[in-house]
Design a protein around this ligand. Structure first.
Ligand SMILES: *Cc1c(COP(=O)(O)O)cnc(C)c1O
Length: 373
């Protein structure tokens, strides 16, 4: 069994992907070819945003956005510690300081009620993450941001396709960023990402930054990066976009099947009633995580931990002085979360295998720890 089965997806899309790749190879237009423009229009339309700026990765999307907003040394950007490193890493790379706000224990997303405590006169932006595919409470975050005149950047690397109160992730705030890393809900065959906004001026800046700050050929109006999306990756994404809605449905079916099977015996993901998740991960909470992982691995069932160490406790960011105990909800979640195989091509038999194995492992370990010596 695969944790994310990209080969099964390829088998169903092989003809279309081969055709799209062949078109690019025959055209010889590998950098900013017509497929990149076509993809940007399709993605913008998909989330109903005015502008989509495709780019080289989800990480570069965050960097491009921070650069476009003029974030610089001395600034502070508020974010969550319970995320992939890239979120805080790009803030640090601009010279700014990430200021961490703890998460809501049910959704794992930045807790808006704690937000006002973190705002200082140095705060320049707020960057919530849509963890595991579910959006943060963006209305609450946007309203705090608006009161302080701050832009909000949604790190939607895991949530392309998700909705929040009927609106699309990536288009819920000043700017949304997503990733097309192969295992994300919409993934390419390498690295890729995109930024979304309805703000014309920011969109123009981001387009320039993505391409060495060029406003025209060899006319560099600002310092940028080489952050373009490959034409080949755009072509692959166009092929995958045609089945994306069907795949989202299948992810929802997988999540529901798991949750129904666990029926109170396991702490399953909580999705707010006003959200639909893109189900980048299906993540439960367990005691005895290492022992459970070991038991599942012995039955050839892969699992993963997203993420074992909250960002503020990573060695690379230790000098920010958010010590152990400073963000207790994130620290507690990091000790207990466990992600199960999640992709659109899981069969009913496989889902039963995973849920049976997890229930059995929990059962055995509970007996083992409660039985008398
Ligand atoms: C994957 C991910 C990123 C980085 O995306 P890449 O395309 O791998 O650079 C950033 N933030 C979050 C929350 C992610 O899950």
């Amino acid at each position: 069994m695969e944790f994310v089965d990209l080969k099964a997806q390829y088998r169903t899309l092989e003809d279309e992907i081969q055709k799209r790749i062949a078109e690019v190879l025959a055209s010889g237009r590998f950098i900013m070819g017509p497929q990149v423009i076509e993809l940007e229009a399709a993605l913008a339309n998909r989330v109903r945003a005015r502008h989509c700026i495709s780019c080289s990765s989800g990480t570069d999307a965050l960097l491009i956005v921070l650069m476009a907003l003029g974030i610089r040394p001395g600034d502070e950007v508020i974010t969550t510690p319970f995320t992939f490193i890239a979120t805080a890493e790009m803030i640090v790379l601009t010279g700014a300081k990430p200021v961490f706000v703890d998460i809501d224990p049910r959704t794992y997303n930045l807790n808006p009620e704690l937000l006002h405590l973190a705002i200082t006169e140095k705060t320049r932006a707020i960057m919530p993450v849509a963890l595991y595919g579910q959006c943060a409470d963006m209305d609450a975050i946007n309203s705090v941001a608006q009161a302080h005149g701050l832009p909000v950047i949604e790190d939607a690397a895991q949530s392309f396709g998700a909705t929040y109160k009927g609106k699309f992730s990536c288009n819920l705030s000043t700017i949304g960023c997503t990733s097309f890393f192969p295992s994300k809900p919409l993934g390419c065959y390498g690295d890729g990402g995109a930024c979304f906004t309805n703000d014309e001026t920011l969109a123009a800046k981001m387009r320039e930054i993505r391409d060495h700050g060029q406003a025209g050929r060899y006319h560099h109006v600002r310092v940028g990066i080489n952050g373009r999306l490959d034409t080949l990756q755009a072509a692959i994404l166009l092929a995958k976009l045609s089945v994306f809605d069907r795949e989202l449905e299948q992810r929802r079916r997988v999540a529901k099947t798991y949750s129904d099977a666990f029926n109170g015996a396991v702490q399953v993901p909580f999705v707010e009633p006003y959200n639909t998740s893109a189900w980048a991960q299906y993540t439960v909470q367990v005691d005895n995580r290492p022992a459970i992982q070991q038991r599942l691995a012995a039955q050839n069932i892969p699992t993963a931990v997203h993420y074992p160490t909250p960002i503020h406790l990573q060695p690379a960011l230790r000098d920010l002085h958010f010590g152990e105990g400073s963000l207790p909800v994130s620290e507690q979640a990091a000790k207990r979360v466990l992600s199960l195989p999640m992709h659109p091509y899981l069969t009913g038999a496989e889902l039963r295998e995973v849920s049976d194995a997890l229930l059995q492992a929990i059962d055995e370990l509970t007996v083992a720890t409660t039985s008398p010596r």
